[in-house]
Ligand binder design. Structure first.
Ligand code: 26V
Length: 813
């Protein structure tokens, strides 16, 4: 946008004055932040209106990305960068004695997601806008995002994330676009013009109110929409009958019953059987979203039969898979289409991404629960299932009853959402090459046999502009002055940096930037925790959800071994290391929470032991989220991506670290395999079992963790130290972890991979000591990271799945 600092200053002071009725120097940081957001929203508004008008008049095909989670983080800095107003705003504010950095700090993260799946959805929104694809998000406006994590006495303690208390300056409430979502009740059938009709009666309705947030494209005038739905009681008044009888509390009960639907984001990444509220949430935003899509579509005047040529609906995991029966319901009951036509449209519209092979995360709902809550939807699922089974038996001549049972959508009293999503969509994609192969050959093999054309891979990507321009401005400046700024729109251009791999001056500059980022992080840690860490030490970072398959405990066991070696020989010649951890555990996942306690317990012991001469330090940084990641990742030397091979569908943190010049320490899992292919084996440090070896152990049942423990003295020592009083906690504190490793035979092969991991860590120490060598590895990683931009991923979704054009919009401001 073309605005001078002077114009900006005038606009800003006027906005601030109008909003606060105060002189500039009397306003608070929050008021200043809100005024800046409001002003930007005003600038964005014109672009937004133009974008929507273009979509309407050109009747372009629209993509809707349905997701239970959107982990967008903060908007202010990003929007300033995307409007090319960052420097202008910084200058104008400085003249008013206001620090832009301080205002950026005031914004609270929009943390409406658990981890990778939610962050991916946010990156995809950015890429859709930046590629001028008409693509919008549809989700839930949770009043409480993912819990805030505090560490108290070493334990994770959860606090509510009331991110909306200070209002959300970026959203618009669109009350006029509210719709009703119906639950419970019964279905009456009747005949009309020779056709069986369905009437939903005695239902409970909840009002779904949309809140829209603009999603800017980078430097292209496109503004798409993230529409999040909030639940309200239909009339939004309390029950006057109760109220007038003096029963104040129950007067509000109905209202609360409705509002509770969008009160909280479930903090888990696996299913707890039968959570009715979760099912209500899923239907809530799916139904509201589809109703609003239908309304927008109808305004174009295009006949409903052509719906699939104008609308693509993507479901992010199975959580929105009720979109399939809900769209069928609308097409059958409201648009009066026949089953066959409705089915053709539905399957042509809908596409599905699978994000995990972990069976505990595959959604299954008790049949009677769904039937009770969503009676008409259940009838439709039943019909889809019957027709599918008939196809297997009659058209495909399947006779293997076990196989038919395994593939059924409804079986064992459960509705299997993955099976529904596969049958009811035209595309199923995995999120990394290896993951897609595992889906095809293993987890979803039966479906792959009958629908090979539906399966495809779309390797995940990240919002490279956030992880470079926003999170690492110094690196961005260095890259820009070295190869120009083409990489901002064309991230593959980062490859031009390969020419500078051996260039000592470039290497030194990169080293200095990394060092500055490390110092910055060290200062934050000192301020927050009073702990001093050495910016010259190797910053070895594992930041992600805490989970046994991600194996934070493998990392910890290795640190314990290093510590033992240093105790034996304090002059052991190893480069100093700082091990940084960050991540939340699901509140009900006991072992994961004990892993956090273990990290903090060990940190206490090691950080206070002067005999090891500061050779190792451990830091646990609480409340991992987008903002913390943005500080942590630019300061990392080593990126720990050490999941049990086959378990991590893709990983996206791995891509962010690489882009910021960290060297990956990895198993050949998820997208690590593709990172290895990009950088070459010399620029990544690999260890551990491969996916086929893991599968072979599972199939043959011949892994014996106890043998490994007994035959590996260093490992035996550290495992024993967990429960023998070596750590300053009761002996049984970490028994659950040891039991998972020994008594339950180490499901995730932590012990099996221990030696190989320790060897890899030793190699890293050697590489790091050779500064030239290390910088060469680091540059190679940055240079090869461009392919992992979400721009490319979304380009492939657009052409391969959604069949939409990425036409630049034909207006300019
Ligand atoms: C499942 C459930 C089940 C019900 C309760 C709430 C909840 C929340 C999230 C999930 C999904 C777990 C799957 C997931 O997050 N997968 C991650 O997706 C990333 C993006 O594709 C990928 O990079 C990670 O490897 C994968 O673990």
């Amino acid at each position: 946008m073309k605005i001078t600092p002077l114009e900006f200053k005038t606009d800003y002071t006027e906005t601030l004055r109008a909003m606060t009725a105060k002189h500039v120097d009397e306003t608070s940081p929050l008021e200043r932040y809100n005024a800046l957001g409001t002003l930007l929203k005003d600038y964005i508004g014109e672009l937004w209106a133009n974008t929507n008008k273009t979509y309407r008049t050109q009747k372009t095909k629209q993509v809707y990305y349905f997701s239970m989670e959107f982990l967008t983080g903060k908007f202010l800095a990003n929007n300033l960068i995307y409007l090319d107003l960052y420097a202008t705003a910084e200058k104008a504010l400085k003249e008013l004695n206001i620090s832009l950095d301080e205002l950026i700090e005031v914004e609270v993260d929009q943390g409406l997601g658990n981890g990778g799946l939610g962050r991916l959805a946010a990156c995809f929104l950015d890429a859709m806008s930046s590629l001028s694809i008409p693509g919008h998000g549809c989700g839930i406006r949770y009043k409480n995002g993912l819990f805030e994590q505090k560490i108290i006495n070493g334990y994770q303690v959860e606090y509510p994330d009331r991110w909306l208390v200070n209002n959300n300056v970026w959203e618009y409430k669109r009350a006029s676009k509210a719709v009703n979502v119906k639950y419970n009740g019964k279905i009456e059938t009747y005949m009309e013009n020779g056709r069986l009709k369905f009437n939903h009666v005695d239902y409970d309705a909840v009002r779904a109110v949309p809140y829209d947030t603009p999603i800017l494209g980078f430097d292209n005038n496109t503004v798409n929409t993230l529409r999040l739905w909030s639940a309200e009681e239909i009339n939004d008044v309390m029950d006057f009958e109760h109220f007038s009888k003096g029963n104040y509390v129950s007067a509000f009960e109905k209202k609360n019953n409705a509002e509770i639907i969008t009160q909280i984001l479930y903090p888990n990444d696996s299913i707890e059987e039968g959570k009715l509220l979760r099912l209500k949430q899923e239907y809530f935003f799916v139904s509201a979203g589809l109703q609003s899509i239908l309304m927008t579509f109808k305004k174009t005047g295009v006949p409903i039969e052509a719906f699939a040529e104008h609308v693509a609906i993507h479901i992010n995991d199975t959580h929105p898979s009720l979109a399939i029966p809900e769209l069928m319901r609308i097409l059958l009951d409201e648009e009066n289409l026949t089953w066959d036509v409705a089915w053709r449209i539905t399957t042509a519209c809908i596409s599905y991404t699978n994000h995990t092979i972990m069976s505990e995360a595959l959604e299954k709902w008790p049949y009677f629960m769904i039937q009770d809550l969503l009676p008409r939807i259940t009838m439709i699922i039943e019909e889809i299932n019957n027709r599918f089974i008939a196809k297997l038996k009659d058209a495909l001549h399947y006779t293997d009853e076990q196989k038919i049972h395994d593939m059924a959508i409804i079986a064992d009293g459960l509705v299997r959402m993955a099976n529904l999503a596969i049958v009811g969509s035209h595309s199923i994609n995995g999120v990394a090459k290896l993951h897609t192969e595992i889906l095809k050959n293993n987890v979803l093999h039966d479906f792959y046999e009958i629908y090979p054309e539906k399966f495809n891979n779309k390797t995940n990507g990240i919002m490279h502009r956030h992880w470079l321009l926003n999170a690492n401005p110094d690196l961005t400046d260095l890259v820009t002055e070295t190869i120009g700024d083409g990489f901002k729109k064309n991230p593959l251009a980062l490859r031009d940096l390969l020419k500078y791999r051996e260039d000592a001056s470039f290497q030194n500059k990169l080293f200095d930037i990394k060092h500055k980022n490390k110092e910055h992080l060290a200062n934050i840690i000192f301020k927050e925790q009073g702990l001093r860490i050495d910016p010259y030490s190797i910053f070895d970072v594992q930041a992600k959800r805490i989970h046994e398959y991600k194996r934070q405990h493998l990392n910890i066991l290795h640190i314990m071994m290093l510590y033992n070696k240093l105790k034996e020989n304090p002059n052991l010649d190893i480069p100093p290391r700082t091990f940084l951890f960050a991540g939340k555990a699901a509140p009900s996942y006991y072992v994961a929470k004990q892993v956090i306690k273990l990290i903090n317990t060990l940190a206490d012991v090691i950080n206070n032991d002067t005999s090891i001469k500061d050779k190792i330090k451990i830091v646990f940084m609480p409340n991992y989220g987008v903002s913390l990641a943005s500080r942590l990742i630019p300061a990392a030397d080593i990126s720990e991506q050490i999941s049990t091979a086959s378990k991590e569908a893709s990983g996206t943190g791995n891509m962010k670290f690489m882009m910021n010049g960290a060297v990956t320490l990895a198993t050949l899992d998820g997208a690590n395999v593709e990172i290895m292919n990009e950088v070459g084996e010399n620029n990544i440090v690999l260890f551990g079992l491969k996916d086929d070896e893991v599968y072979r152990y599972y199939e043959q049942g011949n892994y014996n963790a106890f043998d490994v423990y007994n035959n590996t003295p260093d490992l035996k020592q550290v495992i024993d130290q967990l429960t023998n009083g070596f750590l300053p906690v009761p002996k049984e504190e970490f028994l659950p972890i040891v039991e998972r490793l020994l008594r339950f035979n180490d499901e995730f092969f932590v012990l099996k991979d221990f030696e190989s991991y320790s060897d890899a860590q030793e190699r890293i120490g050697l590489y790091y000591r050779d500064k030239r060598h290390w910088m060469k590895m680091s540059i190679t990683n940055i240079a090869c990271s461009g392919v992992f931009s979400a721009d490319y991923t979304i380009d492939k979704y657009a052409s391969g799945i959604w069949h939409v054009n990425r036409k630049p919009l034909d207006f300019n401001l």
